[in-house]
Design a protein around this ligand. Structure first.
Ligand SMILES: NC(=O)c1ccc[n+]([C@@H]2O[C@H](COP(=O)([O-])OP(=O)(O)OC[C@H]3O[C@@H](n4cnc5c(N)ncnc54)[C@H](O)[C@@H]3O)[C@@H](O)[C@H]2O)c1
Length: 328
């Protein structure tokens, strides 16, 4: 029996999951929900399913086994609450919300109902990340440097507006923040500065931070430095994460998180290429969990993703106040 899947949000990342599900096989798309009717019709032509503009109406009519929630940060809330109401396990794309009030309301519903809920931090499923986690569990990192340094802000319906996306650290660099927690444990406090927006003069409608530098104190006693930027027409360094422990230097680079691990002494070096089909790996784990009714194999659940959100929100608060903020 195929697993019946519905999508709430049918934009870029939804397309990625829809393609991955098709490759994995064993699923049937029963519903597609979005606010842009043209895009809905396009996705329906590609993947099938009935189209809707209201998540609750879709869940009621199609009764899916699971829903993928692929909405921009500002649009979370009603979709998740509808899933909880109809007891539909959901996989929600990162970041799980733009504010803690929304995330907590959803989280308390998840706890109350016991409905399974996962978050789309797909990098956790990478072999290189798992290897680093294994090494760092015995030899913890004392210094972590990471970030997401992209090019100049362009046209996008919501990404470059802080009130809609939450800013780059919350929206994009959240993958690095989540890996920081996954590899090194919880954060204690954050101090973060944003660059003056005058560096991106000429970027129309841009209300996000063009660059930020966050210093994070970890509960382990380690320190981390996370940078984000949409600043330069000459490009950026992209995604990176380097962790230093007594016996290892672990260097992740690029969107695929390719990793080079140098062991103490420098003689022994491991290199692991990042998987190019990471969404298939993540989605296969989720579909298996839905079939079994158990979250075994799911590496990022909703409650955990809320903790990653808390770090970005603390950083945003620190950017606004100029003061260090405790992670709550
Ligand atoms: N895991 C990853 O690597 C990854 C990659 C890309 C995007 N994402 C995340 O996925 C989410 C969506 O990103 P995207 O690139 O697909 O965005 P998008 O703009 O391409 O698509 C957004 C979808 O949400 C729908 N939508 C927009 N506003 C809505 C509203 N108010 N109510 C209901 N539906 C609404 C739109 O109709 C559209 O179908 C973001 O949070 C983003 O961070 C994750």
């Amino acid at each position: 029996m195929s697993v019946k899947v519905a999508f709430i949000g049918v934009g870029g990342i939804a397309g990625q999951h829809l393609s991955s599900l098709r490759t994995i096989g064993g699923t049937e798309i029963v519903g597609l929900c979005g606010v842009d009717k043209k895009r809905l019709a396009k996705r329906q032509a590609e993947f099938g399913g009935e189209t809707f503009t209201d998540p609750a109406a879709m869940l009621k009519a199609t009764r899916p086994d699971t829903a993928f929630i692929c909405l921009p940060p500002f649009a979370h809330g009603a979709a998740e609450l509808a899933c909880l109401r109809y007891r539909v396990p959901f996989m929600v794309e990162k970041p799980v919300a733009i504010d803690m009030k929304t995330a907590k309301k959803i989280l308390s519903g998840v706890k109350r109902t016991g409905v399974m809920a996962a978050a789309g931090y797909m990098s956790r499923y990478r072999a290189g990340i798992q290897r680093a986690r294994e090494l760092l569990s015995r030899d913890p990192a004392g210094l972590i440097c990471g970030g997401w340094v992209g090019g100049f802000p362009g046209k996008h319906p919501w990404l470059f507006q802080k009130e809609k996306s939450g800013g780059q650290l919350l929206e994009q660099t959240t993958h690095i923040v989540d890996l920081l927690r996954y590899l090194c444990g919880e954060a204690e406090s954050v101090s973060c500065y944003a660059a003056d927006r005058s560096f991106v003069r000429g970027a129309r409608g841009f209300t996000a931070d063009c660059a930020s530098a966050a210093a994070i104190k970890m509960k382990s006693g380690a320190v981390a430095n996370i940078t984000s930027a949409w600043l330069s027409k000459a490009g950026g360094t992209g995604v990176y994460l380097t962790l230093f422990s007594r016996d290892h230097m672990i260097e992740f680079s690029g969107w695929n998180n390719d990793v080079r691990i140098t062991h103490a002494g420098g003689q022994h070096v491991e290199q692991i290429k990042g998987e190019t089909n990471i969404f298939e790996i993540e989605d296969a784990a989720w579909i298996k969990a839905v079939k079994n009714g158990k979250p075994t194999g799911v590496l990022s659940d909703y409650a955990d993703a809320v903790k990653s959100l808390a770090i970005s929100l603390a950083a945003n608060e620190s950017m606004a106040t100029g003061k260090p903020v405790k992670v709550r």
